[in-house]
Design a protein around this ligand. Structure first.
Ligand SMILES: Cc1ncc(COP(=O)(O)O)c(C=O)c1O
Length: 413
C-alpha cells in the first residue's frame, strides 16, 4: 500500500496554499525559464510514487499561478474552498464511475439530490433536469445541441437518424457580446458561425430588445436564441422578460449562458437582475466559478427533461437496462465514463447552506461596489461599467499619456 504519499501530498497542498497568501499571484519568469525546471525524461523503469510526485512538484512549482488567493483578479475564475478540495479528493479516492446507476449508485443518488438543491437555489423549474459537465463551455454545447434537436423535431426532422445533412436551415440568434464558448459550441455542433444572426448590444453588453424582436420576426423556420446572465466584462444581464416571451411566441428555443450570473438567483438582493430567466428552455452554469469548487464542474439545465434525455439514445452494451427510477448520470452529458462530480457539490452546499451561498454572492457584489468606490478615488481612473454584480471594469487615463490603449495594455503585464 502506498498511503504515505497521500499525507505527503496533503502537506504539499497546505504549503502551496499557505504560500499563496504572500507569493506573487502571477509569474514573471519566461517560458524558457519555466521549461528549464521541467524534467522531460520518460523513465524506462518507473520511479517510486514519492519520487514521481516530487518530480512533478519540482517541475511545475514555479509555473503555478496563485489564483487560490483573494488577491487574484485575473479572470472570472473561482478559487476553491477547503471542503470542496477535500470532497474532490474523496471523489478521486473513491474512484466511482458516474456512468450509470450500476457503476456507482452513490454517484447517481447524489446527483439526484444535488439536482433538487440546485433547482431550488436557482429558482428554476422543479422538473428540469441537470447534466453535470466539465464547465460552461460544455454546458453551452450540450444546451445548444438539445436546442438544435428540439427545434428540428418541431419541423419533423429527426436528427438522430437523418443527421444534419439536408436538414431545415437553423437560425441562431446571439447578442454581439455573447461569450466565445457559444460560438465554439455552434461550430462544434456543425451549424457554422455564418448562420449566426448577431443582434447589437448596448454599452453594458445587453442585447437590444427592439433589434432582437425584429430579428426574431425575420427568422423563418427552426430558431435558437442565446441570451446571457452576466456579461463577462460588465456583469450585465439581458432583459429576459422582454426577450423570452416574445421568442416563445415564435417557438424559438431560448438558451441562457449563466456561467456565473445565474448564481444571482440564489440571493434576495440580486435575484431581480435575472427576472424572467426561469422562462428559458435551457441554462448553463458553472460551479467552479462563483461556488468556488475545484475545476471540472459545470451544469447544463434543461426545462424539458424528456428532450434532455434524448441527447443520447444509445446505451453501451454492458450498461444494462435503464430503469426510470434510477439515475444514469451519463444520459445527460456527452461523456460516458465520468467523474462523480456531484460529490463535491453535495459537500460544498451542505457546508455553506442556502444562507452561505446567498452571503457569498452578496458579499462579492458588495466588495465590487467598494472596489468601484476606491478606484474612483484614485486620480486618472475611469470606471467603464455600471457595477451591478461582481464586475468592475476600469482604466487609467493619465493626462500625460497619449496612447492610453497601449498604456493600459502594458498595465496588464
Ligand atoms: C459567461 C461565460 N460563459 C461561458 C464561460 C466558459 O466557462 P468554462 O471556462 O467553465 O467553460 C465563461 C467563462 O468565463 C463565462 O464567463
Amino acid at each position: 500500500m502506498h498511503h504515505k504519499i497521500f499525507s505527503q501530498i496533503v502537506k504539499e497542498i497546505i504549503q502551496f496554499r499557505e504560500s499563496s497568501s504572500t507569493n506573487r499571484v502571477g509569474i514573471s519568469a519566461s517560458y524558457e525559464e519555466l521549461c528549464s525546471c521541467v524534467n522531460r525524461d520518460l523513465p524506462d523503469i518507473g520511479e517510486t510514487s514519492e519520487k514521481a510526485l516530487n518530480t512533478l512538484v519540482s517541475s511545475v512549482k514555479n509555473a503555478l499561478i496563485h489564483n487560490v488567493n483573494p488577491r487574484y483578479y485575473g479572470f472570472v475564475i473561482g478559487g476553491s474552498t477547503p471542503v470542496s478540495i477535500a470532497a474532490d479528493w474523496l471523489t478521486s479516492g473513491w474512484d466511482q464511475n458516474g456512468q450509470v446507476y450500476n457503476t456507482s449508485p452513490a454517484a447517481a443518488i447524489i446527483e439526484d439530490v444535488v439536482t433538487e438543491w440546485i433547482l431550488k437555489l436557482l429558482e428554476l423549474p422543479e422538473k428540469a433536469s441537470i447534466g453535470y459537465v466539465t464547465g460552461a463551455q460544455m454546458a453551452n454545447f450540450v444546451g445548444l445541441s438539445i436546442a438544435r434537436n428540439s427545434v428540428l423535431s418541431d419541423y419533423l426532422w429527426d436528427i438522430d437518424t437523418k443527421g444534419l445533412q439536408n436538414a431545415p436551415h437553423i437560425n441562431i440568434i446571439c447578442g454581439e457580446c455573447c461569450h466565445g464558448t457559444i460560438h465554439s459550441g455552434i461550430r462544434m455542433m456543425g451549424l457554422g458561425t455564418e448562420n449566426v444572426k448577431t443582434v447589437p448590444n448596448d454599452r453594458e453588453g445587453r442585447i437590444l430588445i427592439k433589434e432582437l424582436h425584429s430579428t426574431i420576426l425575420d427568422c423563418e423556420g427552426p430558431t435558437i436564441l442565446c441570451l446571457q446572465a452576466g456579461n463577462v466584462n460588465t456583469g450585465a444581464f439581458d432583459n429576459f422578460e422582454e426577450a423570452i416571451d416574445f421568442a416563445h411566441l415564435k417557438k424559438v428555443w431560448v438558451h441562457v449562458d449563466g456561467a456565473f450570473g445565474l448564481w444571482a438567483r440564489a440571493t434576495t438582493k440580486y435575484r431581480l437582475l435575472t427576472a424572467g430567466v426561469q422562462k428559458a428552455d435551457s441554462w448553463s452554469v458553472d460551479a467552479h466559478k462563483w461556488l468556488n469548487v475545484p475545476y471540472d464542474s459545470g451544469m447544463v439545465i434543461v426545462r424539458n427533461s424528456d428532450e434532455h434525455k434524448r441527447l443520447k439514445t444509445t446505451r453501451c452494451a454492458y450498461a444494462g437496462e435503464s430503469d426510470e427510477k434510477l439515475r444514469d448520470g451519463s444520459v445527460w452529458v456527452p461523456e460516458n465514463s465520468r467523474r462523480a462530480r456531484a460529490f463535491v457539490l453535495y459537500a460544498t452546499l451542505r457546508n455553506m447552506g442556502r444562507k452561505g451561498v446567498e452571503l457569498l454572492i452578496e458579499k462579492s457584489c458588495e466588495l465590487a461596489k467598494q472596489f468601484e468606490m476606491e478606484i474612483k478615488n484614485i486620480p486618472s481612473t475611469r470606471i467603464l461599467n455600471d457595477v451591478v454584480l461582481n464586475q468592475v471594469l476600469f482604466r487609467i487615463e493619465p493626462q500625460s499619456v497619449a496612447d492610453l490603449d497601449s498604456f493600459n495594455k502594458a498595465l496588464d503585464k
